[in-house]
Design a protein around this ligand. Structure first.
Ligand SMILES: [Mg+2]
Length: 212
C-alpha cells in the first residue's frame, strides 16, 4: 500500500512529443512559426504554456497574437491527449493501482484548469485521490498532497527534473521513467503496476533512481 504521486505528461500519457509539436501547429498561421518556436524552446522554460506562447508571439513580432495561439494550442493539446487516453491504458492502469490498495494522485506542471479538464473528460479523476497542476509548483503540490493524505512520504513517479526535485525536497522516493525505453505506458497496465511494486519491494526505501 503506497501513496503514488504520478506526473502526467510522459508518465501517464505519451504526450511530450505532441505538446512540443502543438506549439508550432498553434502558431503556423504566422510565417516563421517553426523557427520562432525552436528559438524560444531552446532557452530555459520561463514559465507555463502561456508564458512560452507569449514568448513565441513576441519572437514573431506579433505579441497581439498570443491569445489566438494559446486557444489553438489548448484545443490541439486537449484533443490530441484525449485521443491518446481513449486507448484506455491510463484508466486501466489507475484502476489496477486502486485495486491493489494504493492511492494515486497526479502532480503536473500543466495549468490546473487544463489538467482538471482533461482528467475529467477522460474519466480519470474518479481514479485519483487528488490532482494538482501548475508550472513550478511540483514541490508545493507534493507537500499539499502529503498533508491532505495525512502521510509523511509518498512515491513520486515521473519523467522530469521537476519530479525528481519535488521528491528530493519532500524526502520522497522517486521512480524515474521516460517516454522511450523506460516508459510506463509501454507496458500493459498490470505489468506496469507489477514493475512499480517490484521496484518498491526490491529497492531500499529512500532510494532515488538516476535519470537516464
Ligand atoms: Mg512529465
Amino acid at each position: 500500500m503506497a501513496l503514488l504521486v504520478f506526473d502526467f505528461d510522459g508518465t501517464l500519457v505519451d504526450s511530450n512529443g505532441l505538446k512540443a509539436r502543438a506549439f508550432v501547429e498553434a502558431a503556423d498561421f504566422l510565417s516563421g512559426a517553426a523557427a520562432a518556436v525552436a528559438r524560444v524552446r531552446a532557452t530555459p522554460a520561463a514559465g507555463d504554456r502561456y508564458a512560452t506562447i507569449a514568448a513565441i508571439a513576441a519572437a514573431l513580432g506579433r505579441p497581439d497574437a498570443a491569445g489566438e495561439i494559446a486557444r489553438r494550442y489548448d484545443d490541439r493539446v486537449r484533443a490530441a491527449i484525449l485521443t491518446k487516453l481513449a486507448d484506455g491504458w491510463a484508466d486501466a492502469f489507475l484502476a489496477a493501482v486502486g485495486r491493489a490498495g494504493h492511492r494515486a494522485c497526479v502532480n503536473s506542471a500543466t495549468p490546473e484548469a487544463a489538467l482538471a479538464d482533461i482528467l475529467t473528460r477522460a474519466g480519470l479523476d474518479r481514479r485519483l485521490a487528488a490532482h494538482l497542476g501548475g508550472f513550478g509548483r511540483k514541490t508545493k503540490n507534493l507537500r499539499a498532497i502529503l498533508a491532505a493524505a495525512g502521510v509523511d512520504t509518498a512515491v513520486v513517479i515521473g519523467d522530469g527534473a521537476d519530479d525528481a526535485e519535488s521528491a528530493r525536497a519532500c524526502g520522497c522516493r522517486l521512480i524515474a521513467v521516460d517516454d522511450r525505453d523506460n516508459a510506463l505506458f509501454a507496458r500493459p497496465p498490470a505489468a506496469a503496476l507489477a514493475w512499480i511494486e517490484d521496484r518498491l519491494r526490491t529497492e531500499p526505501p529512500g532510494a532515488t533512481d538516476a535519470f537516464v
